[in-house]
Design a protein around this ligand. Structure first.
Ligand SMILES: C[S@@+](CC[C@H](N)C(=O)[O-])C[C@H]1O[C@@H](n2cnc3c(N)ncnc32)[C@H](O)[C@@H]1O
Length: 198
């Protein structure tokens, strides 16, 4: 999807439907972060922070990274309104610039489908992870009912697992955890959670 689309929709991004879906994702990701109190987390493609701002109590620090300034403006306003002291934002696109950053955990929630070159972004994220660092991906299962020139129509478990191993990730675990009505471009769809380590 064109990044400008996110710039334009930032102030109306948090709809009831998106907030409901974010709750489902938050519940799933919180389980992954149970023993992470001392860890740094990068929420890549954070949007307005619907997911990661609900994880702030579980980790040491959170960096919300997005290539849309407007989405980050909304996230910043929430951080200050909620009085969250361990979260910051960074305007960046790691497919365009290599960041000088390190993190213990990287989260991608509904972002991979918007990035054309899957392997390239996974390589960049591999490089910013500390040794033994963890990557968590939430996205949609492959869905043949969807066809859009700028959005992947979900991911097959085999294909994504293969790309992650080629990049160097280990202990890859992937499972479908939710089926919802009209949650992916107005179609019924399933979401997966994937976790792997560097
Ligand atoms: C569907 S939203 C998901 C937001 C949030 N992660 C959530 O689950 O609510 C996708 C976000 O990814 C961002 N994005 C898309 N391509 C990106 C890229 N190459 N680098 C960084 N962010 C990107 C968009 O600006 C948008 O905020």
């Amino acid at each position: 999807m064109d990044i400008n689309v996110f710039e334009q929709m930032a102030n109306r991004y948090d709809t009831e439907e998106r907030m409901e879906l974010a709750k489902v994702i938050v519940k799933e990701v919180r389980q992954e972060l149970r023993a992470s109190k001392t860890k740094s987390l990068i929420d890549y493609g954070s949007g307005t922070g619907l997911v990661s701002l609900e994880l702030a109590d579980l980790v040491d620090t959170i960096l919300l990274v997005d290539s849309s300034k407007q989405m980050l403006e909304v996230a910043k306003a929430k951080i200050s309104h909620k009085g969250i002291t361990n979260a910051k934002v960074l305007y960046s696109d790691f497919t365009q610039e290599t960041p000088e950053l390190k993190s213990d955990v990287v989260l991608l929630s509904l972002v991979l489908l918007h990035i054309p070159d899957t392997k390239k972004i996974l390589e960049e994220l591999f490089n910013i992870l500390n040794d033994d660092g963890k990557l968590i991906i939430i996205d949609f299962d492959k869905n043949d009912k969807i066809s859009h020139p700028k959005v992947h129509n979900g991911f097959s478990h085999e294909e994504l697992t293969k790309i992650l191993s080629e990049v160097g990730f280990k202990s890859i675990e992937m499972k479908t955890f939710y089926h919802g009505k009209r949650i992916f471009m107005n179609q019924d769809a399933a979401m997966f959670r994937l976790s792997c380590t560097k």
